[in-house]
Design a protein around this ligand. Structure first.
Ligand code: GTP
Length: 671
């Protein structure tokens, strides 16, 4: 039972409240100099109306590339729209309609800023029955049409950056701040130019001296490796070392909070002899003392005091079991929505998944139908490349082993999973109880279940998962999931080898810094090894590298065939549930393997058909839920990424905003 949590390079709190910080930084530190502050609208300085502010600050330097007349027209139109807003009286509505209207106005404002009058937003909202997507389409399209027709009198700029709310007051005003400031404030936070990626610390010790473009792509850099490393026959080595061993598989256990995942895994570990009777007795006694005896099996994987006290899993617990033909690494994911980043990080390491659902009446429904995590987890693992799924219909003891309840849940999940992209033949449904241990490692014993079920038990289901092909003969790539101080010199990193192989004494390149490091030692499940291959979860001690250049999420790669480094790339995305449609400038948190990095949707290239991939509309204004599109993303720092067509494992991304997954994507081009 190992759990690497010694050094976590990422503070997941950033996921939830880091935006203020990021925007604050962008505006306060970089975009607006102290002297520019005078041009920003500030209610505390008595500028109670925007028009007063405009009049007061007439002599502001103009944006170099804009035509003076246009600016005057913009002034006039903008002021007209403001007056329109100020004189506008809200219609009298009942409470529900009023609430819908206010929320619509807020959401539209967050996209278009102050450039559109209150009246227009209100009227459009009512006309389109508060459908935010239609309202935005209407308003944004109208603006474009007007522009196209050359009706300059109606021209004013839209602020399409929801994140830039704090500075929108400066954007549409005729009294512009300097060009450089306007450009900088266009986005929610600072974006390094793709041509000059923010460079990590380069110690100069092991960095290449020539070759390679600025972003580190198509590099011709000369990285010397030993003859042994350069000429090694990896396939032969793999067969030599592994042909007589059981195959390895990584299985993530997912599902809504309290579905019984940890209890199920703890009981499975106990029944398969992976947890001693002594330890189980200890868990039983200690959990009893705290009045939490029902959690005694969960304690096998929920090891920290906080997890035990709160009765929830917070980080991915890791353990392993052996079946007849396989060594299975179990990854017990947290079900609570606050810990989805941890769950994503675990899912990137998984080959297959078990989706646990609680059969208790009302509980399945709240996990599946009422915004629970059952759907989100299933979609996430599928988007991250997991295509074999075992659905465990758990806690059947609470419904008297009812066949009807089992079939009802199977029916509901089947159609959903098909839509989520799972093939029917790759999905199985197993009834059981993690608490009583029914149908875990032995065929059904309970008369209520035996009466109608004679299918496989859970261990059988796991045994029959197909082992994915391991890309051992491809260049080495590994994503770092943890960093910690080793016992000797150097320091340790852990992660899963996505492709290729690694041997002791090999040279590797580290992340975007491209610094060279040497493998001092490596281990799998705390056992020292001389080599490791794609699919292995390993710990590596590295030497000769600046520790500050290694962070959780960075990629370690083959020095002769390095991974591309970039700040900008194109993705094909599927948009999930978004409250506010995605527009240009939309800030997101990019999840790539274990990396979580602020990014911005900097271009909406085309809307595409979900199944055929045909272009439906070029340069769409916005993307609503369930749409599919080609977009470009720009990260604030240079990252290592691959095209999906080259390396499936490293070409997938997830986009999240304020703790919600809004899209999943595949990388199609690297700029
Ligand atoms: N009756 C019954 N209760 C169960 C069963 N499995 C789990 N439970 C109870 O459900 C509660 C939650 O179990 P956990 O195993 O912690 O659930 P979890 O899905 O791991 O929770 P998170 O990881 O926090 O999402 C505990 O009180 C368990 O005893 C079951 O098969 N039958």
């Amino acid at each position: 039972m190992s759990r690497h949590r010694i050094v976590r390079g990422m503070d997941y709190n950033d996921e939830y409240d880091g935006y203020d910080d990021v925007y604050g930084h962008s505006v306060d530190d970089d975009c607006v100099s102290p002297t520019d502050q005078q041009w920003l609208f500030d209610r505390t300085r008595g500028q109670h109306s925007m028009s007063a502010f405009i009049n007061k600050n007439k002599n502001i330097q103009e944006e170099a590339e804009d035509n003076e007349d246009d600016d005057d027209e913009e002034d006039e139109v903008y002021q007209k729209s403001r007056r329109d807003s100020e004189n506008f009286q809200m219609p009298e509505l009942d409470d529900t309609a009023q609430a819908k209207l206010s929320s619509c106005v807020d959401e539209v404002r967050s996209v278009v800023g102050d450039a559109v009058s209150e009246r227009r937003i209100v009227e459009t909202s009512m006309r389109f029955d508060y459908d935010i997507q239609k309202i935005l389409d209407e308003i944004l399209n109208e603006e474009t049409n007007k522009k196209d027709k050359g009706k300059r009198s109606e021209k004013f700029k839209l602020n399409t950056t929801p994140a830039a709310k704090t500075v929108t007051t400066s954007k549409p005003t005729p009294t512009k701040i300097t060009l450089s400031t306007v450009k900088e404030t266009r986005r929610g936070f600072d974006i390094a130019s793709p041509k000059a990626p923010a460079s990590p610390n380069l110690s100069g010790r092991n960095t290449p001296t020539e070759g390679g473009d600025e972003a580190g792509r198509n590099t011709n850099a000369i990285f010397k490796v030993s003859k042994d490393q350069a000429q090694r026959n990896i396939q032969q080595l793999y067969e030599q070392e592994r042909s007589s061993q059981k195959s390895q598989i990584h299985m993530i256990v997912i599902g809504h909070v309290d579905a019984g995942k940890s209890t199920l895994m703890g009981h499975l570990l106990y029944d398969t002899g992976n947890v001693s009777q002594r330890l189980m007795h200890k868990h039983e006694q200690e959990s009893k003392k705290l009045g939490k005896q029902s959690f005694m099996y969960a304690w096998v994987l929920d090891e920290t005091g906080e997890e035990r006290a709160r009765g929830i899993t917070m980080d991915v617990g890791q353990s392993r079991i052996e079946t007849k033909t396989k060594i299975v690494t179990l990854l017990d994911a947290p079900g609570h929505k606050d810990f989805i980043p941890n769950m994503i990080s675990g899912a990137t390491q998984a080959d297959v998944a078990l989706l646990v659902v609680d059969a208790t009446r009302g509980e399945f429904e709240s996990g599946f139908e009422l915004g629970g995590q059952t759907r989100e987890h299933a979609i996430l693992v599928r988007s991250l490349g997991v295509n074999q799924l075992g659905v465990v219909i758990n806690k059947l003891d609470t419904v008297g082993w009812s066949k009807e309840r089992f079939l009802e849940i199977v029916h509901k999940l089947k159609s959903f999973l098909k839509q989520a992209g799972f093939k029917e033949s790759d999905v199985s449904f197993t009834p059981c109880s993690g608490l009583t241990g029914e149908n875990l490692t032995k065929t059904a014993q309970e008369p209520g279940l035996k009466a109608w079920y004679d299918g496989p038990h859970l261990l059988d289901v796991i045994e029959h998962f197909k082992v994915p092909e391991r890309a051992v003969d491809r260049p080495f790539r590994m994503s770092v999931t943890d960093i910690y101080k080793g016992t000797g010199s150097g320091f340790c990193i852990s992660g899963r080898i996505e492709t290729g192989a690694l041997c002791v004494n090999d040279k590797v390149l580290v992340g975007a810094s491209r610094e060279q490091a040497q493998v001092k030692s490596l281990s799998i499940d705390d056992l020292t090894q001389t080599s490791a291959f794609a699919g292995d979860q390993i710990s590596v001690t590295l030497g000769g590298v600046d520790m500050s250049n290694i962070t959780v999420g960075c990629i370690i790669c083959d020095p002769q065939m390095p991974i591309p480094v970039t700040t900008r790339f194109q993705c094909r995305i599927i948009v999930f549930n978004v409250k506010v449609p995605i527009t240009m400038g939309y800030p997101v948190l990019l999840h790539h393997q274990s990396l979580i990095e602020p990014a911005v949707v900097c271009k909406l290239t085309a809307s595409i058909h979900k199944s055929t991939g045909e272009v439906v509309k070029k340069k769409p204004r916005c993307l609503g839920q369930n749409s599919c599109a080609l977009v470009e993303l720009e990260t604030s720092r240079a990252i290592c990424i691959e095209r999906y067509s080259d390396y499936k494992e490293l070409g997938r991304v997830m986009l999240r905003v304020a703790g919600v997954t809004i899209a999943a994507g595949m990388v199609t081009k690297i700029r």
